[in-house]
Each structure stands twice: as structure tokens, then as C-alpha cells.
Design a protein around this ligand. Structure first.
Ligand code: SF4
Length: 429
């Protein structure tokens, strides 16, 4: 996962700088920029008065951890560009065999295809080859290009106000003026302005964008994310059979679902688990740096002698819950009933999330009872798939819950491709 953004027009450099903090919930490993300087594309922090600029907040799904390889610069003959994209391209070697990671293959493939076929046909040609998902923003010498991937797995929004065109992964980064690009739509703004369709497919927005990844104040598919999370929490409560005294949650993304859950059961939400606001989002960090015990604290007064419903949005590896449940018990909670606002994640994601192998999943080779024991909860219950689909709808990707991928993917091959891309040394072109 990543955040991408761009601007074209007067003040584009400062517009992109203002956008940056509103995309860092999507990636905090690093921030990279590109800009237009005297008609040429440059990688680096843009001056405020740059006429066009590009932004990428990194959450690595391929390539080495701890480097900032995007935006990627590429040149083919006299066609130069910089690209920032959100997603994963599993078969990136088919786009460019010399590329060391997917972003590099995308940039090189686009530069070549646009030079050979022209803009519209070149973009379509690249997207036809992609196995995975890619919503991108590209800076060309003559325009800013925004393309939402053909299934709309990753979001992308645009705005155009007072001659300043902006694109960003989420509407919250566009001052509330943004409109979501429909799946498979490309928009160009610059020396000419146009929109067109790129190989549109049935829409499949990532379910986990709604559940925890997107900002609660953004809109996805025209729905406010915070409201969808509240509905999910209410639906989870409808299936409840246990009793508890209070509701708490794993901060911050489960907050709205916890409110809906508590509302439905007539219980109080207590902020019993607190997180340092300077610690960032734990799942966005490389696995070796995910130290939940250093990030979370439990407020003893709020849980001592009480039975607690603990709400979390997903249970993927169980990193946070394995620390938090024992902390609640140590603080005197008499029971901890963990409730997950989504069904069990049983399959890797090859569309832009950082769980790309089966062996890292808590549910791989285990059943719900094993996972309950692993996290130390008294009971563990997930949202049923039926209710989950009722709330989120049909035009959504559920592949990590069902194993039904959007492409014909050999899981073992895809695992090897993405993990070898992870291991490759990444050098900025
Ligand atoms: S596989 Fe899961 S995480 Fe990946 S895009 Fe689909 S729903 Fe989202």
C-alpha cells in the first residue's frame, strides 16, 4: 500500500507538500517527490513554485524495506516521465525483464509504450499486461496523468479548482473537493485535457480499504469510510452471544467499528488501549520493527474487574493482539472477548497489501480455536462472510478471505515473484 498524489498548475509544488501529511496513513516508510523543472522531469523535493509535481508515500509491498524508490524516473528515446503508483504488479518482469521491482517496470513500460503507441494506446497496452493492481499518477513534460486501475482495487481521486489540477489516492488529501475516478478511467491535465477509459473490468475495490486502510474521512464508492466502519461494527454486534461490561478497541482504525458495536449492544466504549500518536501505524512498518508492546499501553482503571469486548478491524498476523490481550489481562480484565470486524484472512494479497505469503498469516494451518489460544483471548469471533458482503456490497475484492483472485493466479508462483522482488536490491534509476 502507498499513497500517491500530484498537481499541475500554479503552486503545484506547495500543493503537493500540503497533500503529504494527508497521505501518510497509507505509507510512512518514506516520502518521495518529482517535479517539472524547465520542461524536464526531475526526481527530488519540488520548490513551492514548481509548475507540476508528484508525490509518493511508501508502504513497501515489493522492493527492499527502508528505501524510497518512487517516484520512478524512466526515459525511452525522447519520452521521459516519473511514475508513482499504488498496488502490486506480480508479473512485473513481463513488463520489463531488466526491472528490479514493479514500480521500475511500470515506469519503463509506460515510457516505451507511450513513445511507440501514443498516450492512450500506450497506457492501455501496459494495463492489459498487468497481473495485480495499479492506480498511478505520472508526470510527463506535457501533463499530469492519473489512472485508476481497471478494477478500481486501489482508490484514486482528482480535483480541478482555479486552474490547479490535483490527483491523490484519497479524497481527504484533496481538501474535500475531490471526486473519485471510476475504475479504469484515465485523466490527463496539462497542455491538453482529456479523460478516457482504460480496459475497464468489473469493479473490485479492496475490502480492507473500507475496513482499516483508508482515512475515515475519505469517501470510497461514494460512501464515507467512517460510516461504513460503524455499520460493520453494528453488524458484528448483531451476531453476538457473549456478555461483557465494556467495549474497547485496538487504536486507531477500529474506533468507528467499536462505536457501532457498542451502540447496538447499549454498552460504553472505553479508550482502555492507548497508542502513542508518534508511533505511526504498526502494520505500515517493516515486520522486524513491529513492536506492539512499545506502542500500546492499557489504562488499568478502565478495565480492572471488568469483562471486555476488544474490537479489531482485522486479524492478519495477530502481532498487535498477541501483545494487547495479555496486557488487558495483566491490568485486571476478568475476560477478554476479541471480536474482528472482518472474516478470517486465509490467503495472501497480490494487489497491494503487505501480506503476500500464506505462511505469515495467523489462520494459515490453524483454526479459529488455535488463533484464540495464540492471542490469549477468552473467546474469539470474526464477522461472518455473509454479513460482511451484505455491508460492503458486490463490487468489492474479497480474495484474501475466499482465495478467489481477480486474475488466474498460481499462488505459489505469485508468492515467489513478490518475495524475490522484496529481496532484490533496489537502486533509484
Ligand atoms: S486480496 Fe484482500 S487485501 Fe488484497 S485487494 Fe483483495 S480484499 Fe484487499
Amino acid at each position: 500500500m502507498c499513497g500517491v498524489g500530484g498537481a499541475w498548475g500554479e503552486g503545484a509544488g506547495s500543493a503537493v507538500a500540503k497533500m503529504t501529511p494527508w497521505l501518510m496513513h497509507r505509507g510512512q516508510e518514506g516520502v518521495g517527490y518529482a517535479y517539472l523543472d524547465g520542461g524536464s522531469v526531475k526526481i527530488g523535493q519540488p520548490p513551492d513554485d514548481a509548475p507540476a509535481a508528484l508525490l509518493h508515500t511508501r508502504y513497501s509491498t515489493t522492493g527492499a524495506y527502508g528505501v524510497q524508490p518512487q517516484p520512478v524516473y524512466a526515459k525511452y528515446r525522447d519520452m521521459e516521465l516519473a511514475v508513482a503508483f499504488n498496488g502490486t504488479i506480480v508479473n512485473y518482469r513481463q513488463l520489463d525483464p531488466s526491472a528490479s521491482f514493479d514500480g521500475e517496470a511500470l515506469a519503463k513500460g509506460l515510457a516505451r509504450a507511450i513513445w511507440e503507441l501514443g498516450l492512450e494506446a500506450g497506457v492501455a497496452e501496459v494495463y492489459r499486461k498487468i497481473v495485480g493492481a495499479a492506480s498511478l499518477v505520472a508526470l510527463l513534460p506535457w501533463g499530469l496523468l492519473a489512472v485508476r486501475d481497471p478494477r478500481g482495487v486501489r482508490p484514486l481521486a482528482v480535483s480541478n479548482e482555479g486552474g490547479l489540477f490535483k490527483a491523490a489516492s484519497e479524497t481527504i488529501a484533496l481538501d474535500g473537493d475531490g471526486v473519485e475516478l471510476a475504475p479504469g478511467v484515465a485523466a490527463l491535465y496539462g497542455k491538453r485535457i482529456s479523460t478516457w477509459k482504460v480496459d475497464p473490468q468489473p469493479p473490485r475495490l479492496c475490502a480492507l480499504e473500507h475496513v482499516y486502510f483508508a482515512h475515515p474521512a475519505s469517501s470510497l464508492g461514494g460512501r464515507l469510510v467512517a460510516e461504513v466502519r460503524r455499520l460493520l461494527g453494528r453488524a458484528l454486534a448483531e451476531e453476538e452471544t457473549e456478555r461483557a461490561d465494556v467495549v474497547s478497541y485496538v487504536p486507531e482504525t477500529a474506533r468507528h467499528a467499536a462505536a457501532g458495536f457498542a451502540e447496538r449492544l447499549g454498552l460504553e466504549v472505553v479508550d482502555a488501549v492507548v497508542k502513542s500518536r508518534y508511533a505511526g501505524r504498526v502494520f505500515l512498518k517493516p515486520p522486524g520493527e513491529r513492536d506492539a508492546e512499545a506502542v500500546f499501553r492499557v489504562v488499568e482503571k478502565l478495565v480492572a474487574g471488568r469483562r471486555v469486548f476488544l474490537i479489531d478491524d482485522t486479524l492478519i498476523r495477530g502481532t498487535n493482539l498477541r501483545s494487547i490481550v495479555p496486557m488487558l489481562k495483566a491490568a485486571g480484565a476478568t475476560a477478554v472477548h476479541v471480536r474482528i470486524v472482518s472474516p478470517p484472512v486465509r490467503w495472501p494479497c497480490f494487489y497491494g497489501m503487505d501480506f503476500q505469503t500464506r505462511r505469515e498469516l495467523a489462520m494459515w494451518g490453524r483454526d479459529v480455536e488455535d488463533v484464540r489460544a495464540m492471542i490469549g483471548a477468552d473467546t474469539l469471533r470474526y464477522m461472518s462472510m455473509e454479513r460482511f458482503v451484505q455491508i460492503l456490497g458486490e463490487g468489492v475484492c474479497y480474495a484474501c478471505f475466499t482465495g478467489k483472485y481477480l486474475h488466474d493466479i498460481d499462488v505459489a508462483w505469485a508468492e515467489r515473484e513478490v518475495t524475490s522482488g522484496r529481496a532484490a536490491a533496489v537502486a533509484r534509476p
